[in-house]
Design a protein around this ligand. Structure first.
Ligand SMILES: *[C@@H]1O[C@H](CO)[C@@H](O)[C@H](O)[C@H]1NC(C)=O
Length: 156
């Protein structure tokens, strides 16, 4: 019997920019570390705006520059996620506030800011959707690479 997988859910407002980038980056790092069978990884939205759609084309484009792909389909967080996942990462304080508000009574997941793991101590991963400069997506990607790496190392 395989031991229980660790599980992590990345959250942002719409699940088309920050959280699918974080999910794809972490999945890639876990794969490179040969730990695919040890982790269950997903991402989801606070809101319903983009449910059923794909990540923002700018997110897909910047991931590609690192050789990372995503085929994530946008979904909204569910009550079950709060017991299914060990850790739920938000990207900013607003996400954490929303996550707390939406949490069911039986929630067991730890709610954390992904930026808490940033070795460069940038706590907040800002939403790059507006004004939507490609550079902002690159910044998000770099934050996610740093934070996910540090998180993975902390779990080894
Ligand atoms: C926790 O509560 C929610 C409803 O608030 C329910 O949908 C879910 O199945 C419960 N999970 C467990 C593991 O009991």
């Amino acid at each position: 019997m395989a031991s229980k997988k660790k599980s992590v859910l990345f959250i942002c407002l719409g699940n088309i920019c920050r959280s699918p980038i974080a999910e794809a980056v972490f999945r890639h790092q876990v794969k490179e570390a040969g730990l695919e069978d040890k982790w269950y990884i997903d991402s989801a939205a606070i809101g319903t705006w983009h449910v059923g759609g794909r990540a923002d084309s700018r997110a897909i484009k910047c991931l590609k520059t690192k050789g990372i792909e995503t085929d994530h389909i946008v979904r909204q967080i569910t009550k079950e996620d709060y017991t299914k996942f060990d850790i739920i990462f938000g990207m900013d304080d607003e996400n954490i506030g929303d996550l707390k508000e939406m949490a069911p009574k039986n929630s067991t997941a730890q709610l954390k800011l992904l930026g808490e793991y940033d070795p460069e101590h940038i706590r907040i991963i800002e939403d790059p959707y507006y004004p939507g400069n490609y550079e902002d997506f690159v910044t998000v990607l770099e934050q996610c690479i740093r934070c996910c790496k540090a998180f993975l190392n902390s779990e080894l």
